[in-house]
Ligand binder design. Structure first.
Ligand SMILES: Nc1ncnc2c1ncn2[C@@H]1O[C@H](COP(=O)(O)OP(=O)(O)O)[C@@H](O)[C@H]1O
Ligand SMILES: O=C(O)[C@@H](O)C(=O)COP(=O)(O)O
Length: 434
């Protein structure tokens, strides 16, 4: 059995690297696997393991099944605590999947209908805060932020107690910020009080990193934690206190980078739109993908690769389907949201394979679903986590059968993360890597 302390199940791939990044920065050596590893017996040598699923927008029953398979594999690794990671904007479809997966994990860990956990997507470093159970993105309620226009998971209610209650069979309650501010003892007392009232899932307020650290302390020994990546910063200290976590090796060292540079963007989020605009405005070579042409059967991937080939030597190239909300709505009205997403993801995946075949070894992918599709198409099985580019986005190093034996550096950028100059900043940083 391995010695991993924390076992994580992430519902998308950018989310997984976001969580791994926070764990690494808090001193846990972390390995990220793509999907549930096939080899039951192999033990992973790390303090934390993040199993990346692509389960955020699939049918709830499939998300449950995949999450339970991940749980069983993590239990086989001997983990002491399980962390279900979802989006800091609580992205979910009308059918879930956060509630159904939480129910299934609690049932599996505690018995049917039993157990207690938290729900806390707060990530203050990325302007996601929870106050009186309401999720804010910067100064806006979730429901008034760009998330209301998300292509797959539009979020139209900021009240997390209500959103979660609509998804779970269990009763949902609230640990308010004035309790969190009083420290771990007060938080634990509130957990007890809520359990006495029949509550099994507590939405927990957090408006700053101090809150996350207090909550982290209160979560020591809780078998299941459900959260965004922010809560992760408060957990490692619990194992340090117990003498189980040694800070004797750097947790974020990657091999040095080489090869050509490219960005693939399938995210239509506000931040990505700004990053694509900035890259183009500063003279970056960019190729736009039109979903309608794709759906009509045109060889858009071939055209993109033909375009990129001669440009790769000159610097990073960008291939993008990123579009403003009005354009996305118009495409979705013609193709349906799911089909539009599918054709774009498929094309961007083929382009990623082609780019790696053409010598790209430094690849930024923008968008959670997009990253999932690209990473799977490249046949990546594990990701080593390196230094942070912007909050929530680290460089990683992977192996792919598409360029067997050679390392590819990949950064999986969540749609709404990163400064406007993210793409150039990312590559500049690899150039200066230790
Ligand atoms: N122009 C477009 N029209 C419609 N859908 C699009 C367009 N561009 C990308 N998409 C789809 O939108 C979804 C964006 O989701 P994702 O990659 O998770 O980005 P984010 O991280 O911003 O949420 C993907 O399924 C992608 O294929
Ligand atoms: O928690 C977050 O915000 C991210 O880690 C994440 O999951 C974002 O998802 P995408 O916006 O779909 O990349």
């Amino acid at each position: 059995m391995g010695r991993a302390l924390l076992g994580c199940i992430a519902d998308d791939f950018t989310g997984a690297t976001d969580l791994a990044n926070n764990l690494v920065r808090s001193g846990m050596r972390t390995v990220q696997t793509i999907g549930v590893p096939g080899d039951e017996a192999a033990t992973v040598d790390a303090d934390a393991i993040v199993v990346a699923l692509k389960s955020r927008t699939i049918p709830a029953a499939d998300a449950v099944q995949q999450s339970l398979a991940a749980l069983r594999w993590l239990q086989g690794q001997g983990v002491q605590q399980v962390y279900f990671k979802y989006c800091s904007t609580f992205d979910s479809t009308p059918d879930g999947n956060i509630g159904p997966v939480t129910d299934a994990l609690l049932d599996a860990l505690h018995g049917p209908g039993q157990g207690f956990t938290i729900a806390c997507p707060a990530f203050p470093e990325n302007q996601r805060t929870v106050f009186k159970g309401h999720l804010f993105v910067g100064d806006q309620l979730l429901s008034e932020s760009g998330m209301r226009n998300h292509p797959l998971t539009p979020m139209t209610d900021a009240n997390l107690v209500r959103v979660m209650q609509a998804q779970t069979r269990r009763r949902v309650g609230l640990v308010a910020q004035h309790v969190v501010a009083r420290g771990a003892g007060a938080i634990r007392a509130r957990f007890d009080e809520l359990q006495g009232e029949g509550v099994s899932v507590a939405v927990v307020d957090a408006v700053g990193n101090d809150d996350l650290l207090r909550i982290g302390e209160a979560l020591a020994g809780m078998p299941l934690v459900t959260a965004g990546s922010g809560i992760a910063i408060g957990l490692p200290q619990n194992w340090r206190n117990a003498g189980q976590l040694k800070d004797d090796v750097a947790a974020d060292v990657l091999p040095s980078a080489s090869g050509s540079r490219a960005v693939i963007s399938g995210s239509c989020s506000l931040a990505t739109n700004a990053q694509v605009a900035q890259f183009k405005a500063t003279g970056g070579a960019a190729f736009a993908i039109d979903p309608l042409e794709l759906a009509a059967g045109a060889d858009v991937a071939g055209a993109a690769l033909e375009w990129a080939g001669p440009r790769l030597a000159q610097g990073p190239v960008l291939v993008y389907a990123t579009a403003e909300p009005e354009a996305v709505k118009s495409v979705q009205a013609q193709l349906g949201a799911a089909r539009a997403g599918e054709v774009v993801e498929q094309a961007l995946s083929s382009i990623a394979i082609g780019l790696v075949r053409a010598g790209v070894r430094q690849l930024v992918v923008a968008g959670g679903e997009t990253s999932g599709a690209v990473v799977q198409a490249l046949g990546v099985q594990r990701m080593a986590i390196g230094p942070q580019i912007d909050p929530g986005v680290p460089w990683t190093a992977v192996q792919s059968p598409v360029c067997a034996g050679e390392t590819v550096h990949m950064a999986l950028k969540s749609g709404n993360f990163g400064a406007p100059d993210f793409f150039r900043k990312a590559f500049a940083m690899l150039g200066q890597q230790r």
